[in-house]
Design a protein around this ligand. Structure first.
Ligand code: SF4
Length: 280
């Protein structure tokens, strides 16, 4: 069996940054550190943080006064930051700069009376906080059929969640041309996501099977799975080595390995080692 790794694998820059800030905060103060939701979508990393003493909550109300709160890599709304400040919490904002950039662009479009259309997953924390920042003045779409329902607008601003599929963003952008006099498109899919998606397409051409490693709730991991399947390669999505099945593979297979942006190296190495144990 030949194992080929995707050129882009492991933590992206934003996740690395978020995890390293949180680790540093924990070293300094173990007692009252909270996270408002998981800071990244990887259950193994979050489990480690919990073992280190972090408490993960859904609402600011659940955090005692004067505690430290660490926010997600994929953003936090201004209203939540405001609530945290009112409660005298010490805020450690780990929002990725790419996510901050989308927030600024959305605010600009909203202020300048564009009908804002966001290519995104309605329930993803990045989109939830983005909508909150612009007072819900946007339409979130995921499919061409949703674009077809948009009424004619004087001007439309189109942006994307940072982790969406770049090829689908292009498709949806062209469909918006019919809907307005003026269309402003900001490609807000982050560089790390685009590079990962491009490198997985190259990988798909070289292998029989691809194993995508990453959290079930990780949007960028789901995109990789979607892209691999669009390439016609047999694709399996796992979170850990224990979910991998011996019967999926043959000894002569070329197996591609890729991962979501929030998957740590040690989880990837465990998968590779298990494959080597089975087939080498
Ligand atoms: S996937 Fe992109 S936007 Fe998300 S944390 Fe990583 S670099 Fe930032």
């Amino acid at each position: 069996m030949k194992i080929i790794l995707s050129k882009e694998i492991g933590f992206c820059f934003g996740v690395k940054n978020s995890v390293s800030i949180a680790t540093k905060v924990l070293k300094e103060n173990k007692k009252s550190v909270y996270m408002l939701g998981p800071i990244i979508h990887n259950p193994q990393v979050m489990e480690n943080f919990k073992k280190e003493g972090v408490r993960i909550v859904d609402r600011v109300e659940e955090i005692p006064e004067k505690s430290t709160v660490i926010t997600r890599a994929h953003g936090v709304s201004y209203s939540i930051l405001h609530q945290a400040l009112e409660k005298n919490l010490s805020i450690v904002d780990t929002t990725c700069p790419y996510v901050k950039k989308v927030q600024k662009i959305a605010e600009y479009l909203n202020k300048n009376n564009y009908f804002v259309v966001i290519f995104g997953d309605k329930m993803h924390p990045e989109i939830v906080s983005l909508l909150d920042i612009i007072n819900n003045n946007a339409l979130v779409v995921d499919k061409v059929t949703e674009i077809k329902k948009i009424k004619y607008q004087k001007k439309i601003g189109f942006i994307s969640q940072t982790t969406k599929n770049i090829y689908n963003f292009e498709k949806l952008s062209s469909k918006l041309l019919d809907k307005t006099e003026e269309l402003r498109i900001f490609n807000t899919i982050c560089k790390a996501t685009v590079e990962r998606q491009k490198s997985v397409i190259k990988l798909a051409r070289q292998v029989d099977i691809i194993v995508v490693i990453g959290g079930r709730k990780s949007a960028n991991t789901s995109r990789l799975v979607e892209i691999c399947r669009q390439q016609g390669v047999k694709t399996y999505h796992i979170e850990t080595k224990d979910q991998m099945k011996y019967k999926w593979f043959h000894p002569e297979d070329n197996v591609g390995i890729t991962s979501g942006a929030s998957t740590p190296d040690w989880v990837i190495n465990e998968v590779i080692n298990k494959l080597k144990e089975w087939y080498n």
